[in-house]
Design a binder for this molecule. Structure first.
Ligand SMILES: Nc1ncnc2c1ncn2[C@@H]1O[C@H](COP(=O)(O)OP(=O)(O)O)[C@@H](O)[C@H]1O
Ligand SMILES: O=C(CO)[C@@H](O)[C@H](O)COP(=O)(O)O
Length: 502
C-alpha cells in the first residue's frame, strides 16, 4: 500500500505525517523543533538550512519500509517568509519570517508608492501589512545590499523546500497571495505593486512561474537517494500552512471556519469566488485548491501563552492545570497579548499589556488565563470582521498546538458561541499537505477532487469536541467588551507614536 507524506515547516518546528490512504490511517508522525533568531528591531529570522536538516531528521526517523512505500509528498510552510536566492540557487541571507516586524517602514513606503492602502486593496486585494513578503525586499536592499545585488529569485519557505526536493522553482497561488504582490482576484502578479516595491528592477523576473494547485513534479534522484525514498515520488504544488490546514481540517466548502492555535492564531474559511474586504479587516488570500481563503491572522497566540507560562515557571502544555479554579474574565485581568507587535488589528509597533490588577486578582491562574483569553479575544475581534463582511459559520474546526488544551477548546466554543470540533488528524497543516499530495497523484486521471478527498479522509474526534455553555457564553460578554475598550485605547496610543517616541 502506498503512503503519502505531508511536511509542515512551522515557526516552531518541522512535522512529518505519513498517511496510508487505503487504510485511512496515519502510520507515523515525526517532529523536530526549530530555533528562531529574534532582534530588538522586531526581526525574526531562521536559516533555510535548518528546515532541510529538520526534514532530513524527520525522514531518518521514518522506518525504511515506510519510506519505500512513499508515492507522493506535499509541503506546507509558514507563510510570508522571504528566501532570497542567487542565480545558482544558493540562499543569500537568513530568512525573514512572517512574524518579522522590522520592515514596517518598508510596508508603509510600498503602500505610499502604490497610492495608499485602499489602492493596494483595489490592485491586489490586500494592503501590505507587517510581515508580508513584499516589504522584505526593500528592507534587504537597504540593510543587506550585497544580497540584494546578487538576488536572482525569490521563494517562500515551502517553495524553497520544494526547490530542494525537485530542483525546480515554482509558486502556487495560495502562499503566493501572502507576498502582497499577487492580485488575488485574477491570480496574476500585480505589475503596479511590483513596481511600487522596487522601481529599479524587474521584480517579475525574480518570481517563479505560478502553477495550478493540483500540479506535481518528480523528486530529484539525488534527494530520493539521500532520503531513502523511491525515485518515482511526486512532489505536489504545496502551499502556505493555513491553506494546507484548510484541506487538513475539511475546510473545502463554504460554511466551515477553521482555527489554528499555533505561534500565530488564524481563522480561515473557504470561498468559491474571490472575497475581498475593502476595510482590510482580514486577509483576502487564495487557497491551495483553486479557491479562495479569507483569513484572519494574529501574530500572538501560543506565543503569548508560552511567554506568560515561562514567566510563571511552567510549561504552556501544562497551562490547563495552572488555570484550574479560575473563571471567565480572569478575575478582572485584561491582557492585550501583542508581545510581537500585531497584524490583526494592525498595530505593528504595539506591545503587550496586562491591566486590571488589584490586591487580590494577580494570581498565576488569572495571569495565564488572561493570556489565553487575550489571544482568543484577538481572534474573536477578527471573526467579527468576517461576520461584518457577510460571511457566516456553523462550526469551528480547531488545529495547531493550542488545540490540544481542553480548556482552550471550551473557551473558543464559549467566546465564539459556536460548536468546536477537532480532527483526529491533529497536525492539520501536515495532514492537509499529505492530502494535497494524494490529490496530485490522481490529477488528470479522473481522480477525485480535493473537496471529495478532504471530506473522505478528515475525521472529527467526538471526544475532543466542545459545545458552547450558555452560562459561560454570557459570562464572556463583558470581559470581551472590556478587551475591546483596551484595544481601542491601544489604537489611540499607537496613533500618538511607537514605543520610545515619548
Ligand atoms: N496542551 C497545550 N496547551 C496549550 N498550548 C499548547 C499545548 N500543546 C502545545 N501547545 C503550544 O502549541 C505551540 C505549537 O503549536 P504549533 O501549531 O505546532 O505551532 P507552529 O505551527 O507555530 O510551529 C507551542 O507554542 C505550544 O506551547
Ligand atoms: O502569517 C501567517 C498567516 O498569514 C501565519 O499563520 C504563518 O503562516 C505562521 O504560522 P504558524 O507557524 O504559527 O502555524
Amino acid at each position: 500500500m502506498s503512503l503519502v507524506v505531508g511536511l509542515d515547516v512551522g515557526t516552531q518546528g518541522v512535522k512529518l505525517v505519513a498517511y496510508d490512504p487505503q487504510q485511512r490511517r496515519i502510520v507515523a508522525t515525526h517532529g523536530r523543533p526549530l530555533e528562531l533568531v529574534a532582534g530588538d528591531d522586531g526581526s525574526r529570522e531562521q536559516h533555510a538550512t535548518w528546515w532541510l536538516d529538520a526534514i532530513r531528521a524527520c525522514f531518518a526517523r521514518l522506518a525504511p519500509d515506510a519510506r519505500a512505500r512513499v508515492a507522493a509528498i506535499g509541503v506546507s510552510g509558514q507563510q510570508h517568509g522571504f528566501v532570497p536566492l542567487d542565480a545558482n540557487g544558493e540562499v543569500l541571507a537568513p530568512v525573514k519570517l512572517w512574524c518579522d516586524t522590522s520592515s514596517q517602514r518598508e510596508c508603509d513606503e510600498i503602500m505610499a508608492a502604490a497610492g495608499g492602502a485602499d489602492r493596494c486593496v483595489a490592485l491586489a486585494g490586500n494592503p501590505i501589512l507587517a510581515g508580508y513578503t513584499a516589504s522584505k525586499l526593500p528592507w534587504t536592499r537597504r540593510h543587506r545590499p550585497e544580497a540584494y545585488a546578487r538576488l536572482a529569485s525569490i521563494l517562500l519557505p515551502h517553495d524553497y523546500v520544494n526547490f530542494w526536493l525537485t530542483g525546480e522553482q515554482w509558486m502556487e497561488c495560495g502562499d503566493a497571495s501572502g507576498t502582497g504582490w499577487l492580485d488575488v482576484r485574477t491570480r496574476r502578479w500585480s505589475p503596479e505593486l511590483l513596481a511600487a516595491t522596487d522601481p529599479e528592477r524587474d521584480l517579475g523576473a525574480c518570481l517563479p512561474p505560478l502553477v495550478a494547485a493540483d500540479a506535481s513534479f518528480p523528486i530529484a534522484p539525488g534527494i530520493a537517494a539521500e532520503l531513502g525514498l523511491p525515485r518515482g515520488v511526486r512532489i505536489s504544488a504545496g502551499g502556505g500552512d493555513n491553506m494546507m490546514a484548510a484541506i487538513g481540517t475539511g475546510n473545502v466548502e463554504p460554511g466551515v471556519l477553521s482555527m489554528s492555535l499555533g505561534t500565530s492564531g488564524t481563522l480561515f474559511a473557504h470561498a468559491r469566488e474571490p472575497v475581498v474586504d475593502a476595510g482590510a479587516g482580514w486577509a483576502a488570500f487564495c487557497d491551495s485548491t483553486g479557491g479562495w481563503l479569507p483569513l484572519v491572522c494574529t501574530m500572538n497566540c501560543t506565543l503569548a501563552t508560552e511567554q506568560v507560562a515561562r514567566l510563571l515557571g511552567f510549561d504552556a502544555r501544562d497551562g490547563d492545570a495552572a488555570m484550574e479554579g479560575t473563571a471567565p474574565g480572569a478575575g478582572g485581568l485584561v491582557m492585550l497579548p501583542f508581545f510581537n507587535g500585531e497584524r490583526t488589528p494592525d498595530l505593528p509597533h504595539a506591545r503587550a499589556s496586562l491591566a486590571g490588577m488589584d490586591l487580590s486578582n494577580l494570581t498565576r491562574g488569572n495571569a495565564y488565563r488572561a493570556a489565553m483569553e487575550g489571544a482568543t479575544y484577538s481572534l474573536r475581534n477578527g471573526y467579527d470582521a468576517l461576520l461584518a463582511a457577510g460571511l457566516g459559520f456553523d462550526a469551528i474546526r480547531v488545529t495547531g498546538g493550542g488545540g490540544r488544551s481542553p480548556a482552550w477548546r471550551q473557551m473558543v466554543a464559549d467566546v465564539f458561541g459556536l460548536p468546536v470540533d477537532v480532527p483526529v488528524q491533529a497536525e492539520g497543516a501536515a495532514f492537509g499537505a499529505a492530502l494535497q499530495a494524494l490529490w496530485a497523484l490522481g490529477a488528470g486521471a479522473d481522480g477525485p477532487g480535493i473537496a471529495a478527498i478532504s471530506r473522505e479522509h478528515v475525521q472529527v474526534d467526538p471526544a475532543l469536541s466542545a459545545r458552547p455553555d450558555p452560562a459561560a457564553v454570557e459570562a464572556y460578554r463583558e470581559p470581551y467588551a472590556k478587551f475591546l475598550r483596551h484595544l481601542q485605547a491601544a489604537r489611540l496610543l499607537h496613533e500618538i507614536g511607537p514605543p520610545g517616541s515619548g
